[in-house]
Design a protein. Structure first.
Length: 270
């Protein structure tokens, strides 16, 4: 279970570039829940994932994962509990290393690593069987450098790596945004398969409202660093793309009204 309580994060505080990226964000995610996080650019959705992953330490609030307070833990320690797939297909893997070597490292996450005794014939056969489930024909290319693969192939392998040891939490940060539609569709199918079969607690940031509607059991909509809507259960099942578009339009209109009121108040006191 992931529990976020009263998270705040401000970047460039006290300057003209100050950004209140997270403002009093509280969220509880049950074990095995698959949550999609939506929001426009600057809404705070990727900042939320980075806060949970430990990319930075929040200004205030607490982050508890399966009863462990990880609020002040550095990113490398949280990596023992958290699997992550980035937007860039070339992040999260060692390009010059082979597919097999990358997978072997993933299989030893959180433990002492070393490749000398890892890629034995037995381990290679196990890796082949795992990779075969991707249906990409990569099981016979384990000695190939992972950096020579296409973006879709690399994202598929990164998904496999990040979920290999069944992490306490899987973070997916717009992991199909850099792919063409056909490839993105394949990666999404694989994502749903891995998350569902593994019953993985998952937090997925996406720009795609169609993905949010089709995947998971919950939708979180963020705006200006806050959680504005939270749909789950039957309400989530009934949600359509048109409904989400309408909510986004409503938030934009409210922003325009609030900005106009602020301008009028400034004029009144000039």
């Amino acid at each position: 279970m992931l529990e976020l309580s009263n998270l705040y994060k401000t970047f460039n505080a006290g300057t003209i570039n100050e950004v209140n990226a997270l403002q009093d964000v509280s969220l509880s995610i049950e074990d095995g829940s698959f949550v999609c996080v939506l929001g426009t650019n600057g809404s705070g959705k990727s900042t939320l994932l980075n806060a949970v992953a430990g990319t930075f330490i929040t200004d205030n609030g607490t982050i508890i994962l399966n009863g462990v307070n990880i609020t002040r833990q550095p990113e490398y320690k949280r990596a023992r509990l958290i699997g992550r797939v980035f937007q860039n297909p070339f992040s999260g893997t060692a390009a010059a290393m082979s597919i097999g070597e990358n997978l072997a490292l993933a299989a030893k996450r959180g433990r002492k690593r070393g490749l000398g005794q890892v890629l034995t014939a037995t381990i290679l056969n196990e890796l082949k069987e795992k990779v075969k489930t991707l249906n990409m024909g990569l099981e016979d290319r384990l000695e190939s450098p992972i950096g020579k693969l296409s973006g879709g192939q690399r994202q598929a392998l990164t998904l496999l790596m990040s979920s290999w040891l069944r992490p306490d939490l899987l973070l997916l940060d717009e992991h199909t945004a850099a792919l063409d539609p056909k490839t993105a569709g394949k990666v999404i199918e694989l994502t749903e398969k891995i998350v569902t079969e593994g019953k993985l607690t998952t937090l997925m940031v996406t720009h795609s409202m169609q993905q949010a509607v089709n995947l998971g059991d919950r939708i979180i909509m963020m705006h200006q660093g806050r959680i504005r809507y939270d749909f789950r259960g039957e309400e989530k099942k009934r949600m359509k793309v048109a409904d989400l578009l309408s909510l986004f339009d409503e938030l934009r209109r409210k922003d325009q009204i609030d900005n106009r009121v602020a301008e009028l108040l400034e004029l009144e006191y000039v």
